[in-house]
Design a protein around this ligand. Structure first.
Ligand SMILES: NC(=O)c1ccc[n+]([C@@H]2O[C@H](COP(=O)([O-])OP(=O)(O)OC[C@H]3O[C@@H](n4cnc5c(N)ncnc54)[C@H](OP(=O)(O)O)[C@@H]3O)[C@@H](O)[C@H]2O)c1
Length: 269
């Protein structure tokens, strides 16, 4: 018999760096075996090695979640272990900064595939299995970006608005089937995110950010406490509160100030 089979099992997507890696570490430290996913083989292997040091079994699922095949690979990896999933962290995601008329269309359509379509695809299968067993927990990494119109990062904020809303919606349905759904809503966090999103030269890119470890701890605790959603960090909680008070045009203007490239701002002055 597999000696690890009595340990719970968590699947974390986008676990090679940043918030996903730290979420995986939280689960490992709390006695979970892991399935971790990302698309870059070297990064995934390095993450697996670092997580194995926490004890427990770590299985890798190398897959590009922009594609349906990638989602199937992750699901097949999970099924091949012959154990039910206790936790899914649907976390993989990317951003893209820039003026909408100038950003690359293919990059944005890929981002919608990854941040939205693959989440629906993966969670559909995992939630059905959890509902059948009447047991399981799903943590969706949304964002406080989903609460405001994201000028100069517009498509990304739209994808996170989808996740923030959809997570709450399926939570309401799944609670009857004894499955917990929690939306983790980080604000600016120190990860690869802003560099990958071409946002180094922006106010938010240069700002002091929360650590991925702190964000992951908040997410882990909220999921275990059966919270519907959680905004990570006091400053971000305040920012989230402001989105309830200010009208959308004012929020869009504030977002422009955070996300418009500094060089473009300077040239306009
Ligand atoms: N950082 C922030 O300020 C912030 C704030 C709010 C929400 N978030 C959300 O937090 C989540 C994690 O982002 P992060 O900040 O931790 O950034 P990150 O350090 O760049 O991590 C992104 C993770 O997603 C993976 N990934 C990217 N494209 C993928 C693909 N096509 N298929 C599979 N995996 C893929 C990356 O793996 P590879 O390296 O292999 O591509 C990496 O493991 C995202 O959903 C992001 O929207 C971030």
């Amino acid at each position: 018999m597999n000696p690890q089979a009595s340990r719970p099992l968590a699947l974390v997507t986008g676990a090679s760096s940043g918030i996903g890696l730290e979420l995986a570490r939280q689960f490992a430290r709390n006695g979970y075996d892991l399935i971790i996913n990302s698309e870059d083989a070297a990064g995934l292997e390095a993450a697996a090695q670092s997580l194995q040091a926490e004890g427990g079994q770590v299985t890798t699922a190398l897959a590009d979640l922009r594609t349906r095949d990638g989602v199937h690979t992750v699901l097949e990896t999970s099924q091949s272990l012959g154990r039910p999933l206790d936790v899914l962290c649907a976390n993989a995601g990317v951003g893209l900064g820039g003026r909408f008329t100038e950003t690359d269309l293919d990059t944005e359509l890929d981002m919608i595939q990854l941040n939205v379509a693959s989440q629906v695809h993966l969670v559909k299968h995992v939630a059905r299995a959890m509902a059948d067993r009447r047991d399981g927990r799903i943590l969706i990494t949304g964002s406080i970006a989903g609460l405001m119109p994201g000028s100069f990062q517009s498509v990304y904020n739209g994808t996170k608005a989808f996740l923030d809303s959809w997570g709450e919606a399926i939570r309401e349905e799944l609670k009857e089937q004894n499955v917990v759904v929690t939306v983790l809503m980080p604000g600016a966090t120190e990860t690869e995110f802003f560099h990958r999103a071409e946002m180094d030269d922006t106010k938010v890119g240069e700002s002091k950010k929360m650590s991925a470890e702190d964000v992951a701890k908040v997410g882990y605790e909220a999921l275990m406490a059966n919270d519907d959603h959680v905004v990570a960090g006091l400053k971000n909680k305040f920012q989230a509160l402001m989105t309830n008070i200010l009208p959308d045009p004012a929020l869009a203007k504030l977002h422009r100030d955070m996300a418009q490239p500094n060089a473009e701002k300077a040239a306009a002055e």
